[in-house]
Design a protein around this ligand. Sequence first.
Ligand code: ZN
Length: 205
Amino acid sequence: MSWERTDYDEQSPCACGKGKIIKHSYYEDDDWGRNRSGFTGIEIQCSDCKAKYHYDSITRHYSCPSWEGNGFYTKEYLVPKELKIPTVITAKTIFGSGFEEDIVCCLTKKDLEDAVIDMQLNKYSTRVQKDQSRKIIDICNKRIHVRSLKRIIPILQEIIANYEQYEWNPVTIAEYKQKEADEIAKNESNIADVISKSYELHFSR
Ligand SMILES: [Zn+2]
């Protein structure tokens, strides 16, 4: 199956208003209904703006249902030549990938030790008393389809024995998130600063 390509030019006013910016764009689609688009070049057709600015853009991700788009939007600017818009930093949301990591991520070693005692004492998954025990049973049920405490307890004991070897636990995650929040705040303030000195482009055909 081949891609069908359409090339076209778009233009936007420049920052001083005396010239324009030309974007050489394309749109491609195929028989499967897939499509993709992009551009191959930008021309600043204004000598004043060309001396002062270069083209730059910023792309952000947002959550939306798939039928409302791909979850990305891009804003384009003429940015002073000596500046560049920093890349957006997005917060990390996934810590670890395995089933054991799911447990370690949300429970401290003490939580796990207490859960083992609770499970040994109450013997059945329906009778456990502590929230963390119910949470662990829920994770085991969802991830490995195991509800029996006889099988869960040895898994937990193994995790407890190796607890320090897991990179992400509630403490390291909290530390990471704090540091990340500071970095994101600083980065967002740098982005806002560059954008305040830039001129936003609005392309149309
Ligand atoms: Zn201009």
